[in-house]
Design a protein around this ligand. Structure first.
Ligand SMILES: [Mn+2]
Length: 199
């Protein structure tokens, strides 16, 4: 819920009755953190919408056709901000996720699409990011679940969106807007995340 249009985004997800898990950026909005952006988003949302965000769960369990029992969480079932990537070792990811009674985990946090099978048989899917992808090309990245994992890429007018964000009187960092206009290469972003893991 952190970004240039928190109210519009929340209204859209409510219109479609989306099931949502809370991520670290959402948590920071509720806590009014994140260098001014969280507080600004919280003010835009107002107390009633903010209460809805504060009520979002850390995990969701879904039964998805052919995928089986799917656990959805922003990072792990217990914490919204540990970093792991598509190249983090199976052992480390399994240790972070803990023992789960699920066939698949759908996660977020690193903004890069991947689909991998861990050595314990668990399928791990990151559907990618709509709002801030690091995919080396412009657009919104997401995935359709069931019967398989169908990665999607939706193009939109990124230059117009960047101009609209810049026209807002908001604390959205120019660096974030630049990520939309000139997207990070996913391999470089993955390497950067891995270096943060070791830090
Ligand atoms: Mn995150």
């Amino acid at each position: 819920m952190s970004g240039p249009w928190p109210v519009e985004v929340l209204e859209q997800v409510q219109v479609v009755h989306a099931q949502i898990v809370c991520g670290n950026a959402d948590r920071l909005v509720v806590a009014r953190g994140d260098g001014g952006l969280g507080a600004w988003c919280a003010d835009q949302l107002g107390p009633e919408r903010l209460a809805a965000v504060a009520g979002w769960p850390l995990t969701l369990e879904l039964e998805v056709r052919d995928l089986g029992r799917v656990l959805v969480c922003h990072s792990t079932p217990r914490a919204d901000d540990p970093i792991y990537t598509r190249i983090t070792s199976d052992a480390e990811v399994i240790d972070l996720l803990g023992h789960l009674g699920a066939d698949a985990v759908v996660c977020g946090h690193t903004h890069i699409q991947y689909d991998r099978r861990l050595s314990n048989g668990l399928r791990l899917v990151n559907p990618g990011s709509v709002g801030l992808p690091y995919e080396g090309r412009r657009g919104a990245f997401w995935a359709l679940l069931g019967p398989d994992v169908d990665f999607r890429h939706t193009e939109y007018d990124v230059d117009a969106a960047a101009a609209a964000i810049r026209a807002l009187d908001s604390p959205v960092d120019e660096r974030l807007i630049e990520y939309l206009v000139t997207p990070l290469d996913p391999d470089l972003a993955t390497a950067e995340f891995e270096s943060l893991r070791g830090a």
